[in-house]
Design a protein around this ligand. Structure first.
Ligand code: UDP
Length: 241
């Protein structure tokens, strides 16, 4: 049973359980995908039925940050913990390296995915990088074909939301991969061109604020955060009434 937060159903898992589940999906037949919505994306899903369908249609829906976890708690249906996409990805790569699984990196500006590939191979010896492609392509089919030819077990799809969710739903099965993960700006972090907030900010639940200070142009998108809280309290009121 998923935990509903404003129309998006989240899987209630610890990080360890989520990674276990991810490894199971890699081993299974067929194509699966993982999404990690934050409050911004939940708000997008409220307005955009196609995005909503792509997000809720995922095999794993993980709460990316503290906002969704707080929302679930306010609604009286708490989630075990936040499971940020980038941390989920890191744990998954560790396990993939141990099992010799291969990974394709798709997204970010030209050159970034290659840079990330080099760093990831150093961090996770044994991890096979099947290929890379930037996220600013015009036609989808050649990219899908390249991934299929690479034989990748897993694809990290980092095109920003909700583009990556729509892309995974539509093209995932044609890539031949068993698991695709929508991970937003993670390749920029893996490549070392963007820094994550220091742990102390994250522990205080202020990672979003650190990010805003670093990238003030995000303010427009982040205005969705107060809106998210307004909607959460609205839904709570309805539940009571
Ligand atoms: N991006 C991309 N193709 C696009 C639009 C964006 O590859 O058409 C990349 C962008 O370069 C960045 C990532 O997608 O690396 C989105 O980052 P952002 O921080 O906006 O993602 P979020 O995690 O907030 O959705």
């Amino acid at each position: 049973m998923r935990v509903d937060v404003l129309g998006v159903g989240f899987d209630n898992l610890t990080m360890a359980e989520a990674v276990e589940q991810g490894m199971k999906l890699i081993a299974e037949e067929g194509c699966h995908y993982v999404v990690t919505p934050n409050p911004e994306i939940v708000e997008v899903c409220r307005e955009n039925p196609t995005a909503n369908e792509a997000v809720n249609g995922a095999d794993l829906v993980l709460p990316d940050g503290v906002g969704v976890v707080k929302g679930a708690r306010i609604l009286g249906t708490p989630l075990k913990e936040k499971t940020p996409g980038i941390e989920f990805a890191a744990h998954l790569m560790e396990r993939m390296a141990a099992e010799g699984k291969s990974l394709y990196l798709l997204g970010a500006k030209p050159g970034i995915a290659e840079l990330a590939a080099g760093k990831l191979k150093e961090t996770y010896p044994g991890l096979v990088i099947a290929g890379t492609h930037d996220g600013y392509f015009k036609e989808d089919e050649p990219v899908v074909e390249e991934i299929a030819n690479s034989g990748a077990d897993v694809v990290f799809v980092c095109l920003g939301a909700p583009k990556q969710e729509l892309w995974m739903k539509r093209y995932g099965p044609s890539t031949g991969a068993h698991l695709l993960c929508g991970l937003g700006g993670s390749l920029d972090v893996f490549a070392g061109v963007v820094q994550r907030a220091p742990a102390v900010w994250s522990r205080m639940g202020l990672e979003w604020f650190y990010r805003l200070l670093k990238e003030p142009r995000r303010i427009g998108r982040m205005m969705k955060l107060p809106l998210f809280l307004v909607h959460v309290y609205g839904q709570k009121g309805k539940k009571k009434g």
